[in-house]
Design a protein around this ligand. Structure first.
Ligand code: VGL
Ligand code: ZN
Length: 197
């Protein structure tokens, strides 16, 4: 794998895992394959990025202010922390998103580093051409981030064993996968992806 391949870990935070405020079924099961991918990518000199849902307490994203969701991933809370079993290699770049009071901020491409850089800018600076994408949730932030990555011209591989969905409507995750694939993403298991690229 060349250094032009980066790993984007989407929103593996306590609130999206079992016991959390917006728990995704089996959400914590994305962690072992993502830890494996992170180690492999970092070892080969590739960049690892981790996005986090990072909401203010009052945002139109939450049901009590007109949105769709229970309160989750409020900036600085335990629910917003990365899951303790997630092992982020040294040098992992954190992208915070959903930080506004008006927007959902589903895509990591709407987020920023702590110095205010966009994800696209970071990827360009590092010469990244291809993104491996995994995390939570398949039908929201993984979907939005993968589709935006394709729009920005990156090659995208979705790690099928390292994603789980909310499925507010049954079939949402399956439809999201088909949508990502139709837009040009490749779907592979983590093991396949680490062998192939
Ligand atoms: C997400 C629902 C609400 C996600 C974030 O990370 O996929 N889903 N906020
Ligand atoms: Zn959210």
């Amino acid at each position: 794998m060349a250094a032009e391949t980066a790993l984007l870990i989407v929103d593996v935070q306590n609130d999206f895992c079992p016991g959390g405020a917006l728990a995704v079924n089996e959400g914590d099961q994305v962690i072992p394959p993502l830890n494996e991918a992170a180690t492999a990518v970092a070892q080969r000199g590739g960049l690892v990025l981790a996005s986090r849902d990072w909401h203010p307490r009052q945002t139109k994203h939450f049901a009590e202010f007109g949105g769709k969701w229970p309160v989750h991933c409020v900036q600085g809370t335990e629910g917003a922390a990365f899951h303790p079993n997630l092992r982020l290699p040294e040098g992992t770049i954190i992208i915070s998103k959903g930080t506004g009071t008006e927007d959902d901020g589903y895509s990591a491409f709407e987020g920023h580093t702590d110095t205010g850089e966009t994800l696209d800018a970071v990827l360009r600076e590092h010469g990244v051409k291809r993104l491996l994408v995994g995390g939570l949730a398949t039908d929201y932030c993984v979907r939005a981030s993968a589709l935006d990555a394709l729009k920005h011209g990156y090659e995208v591989i979705v790690l099928t064993d390292a994603i789980r969905g909310v499925d507010l409507q049954s079939g949402d995750s399956e439809r999201a996968l088909q949508e990502m694939q139709a837009a040009g993403a490749r779907l592979m298991t983590t093991a396949e992806a680490l062998q192939t690229v």
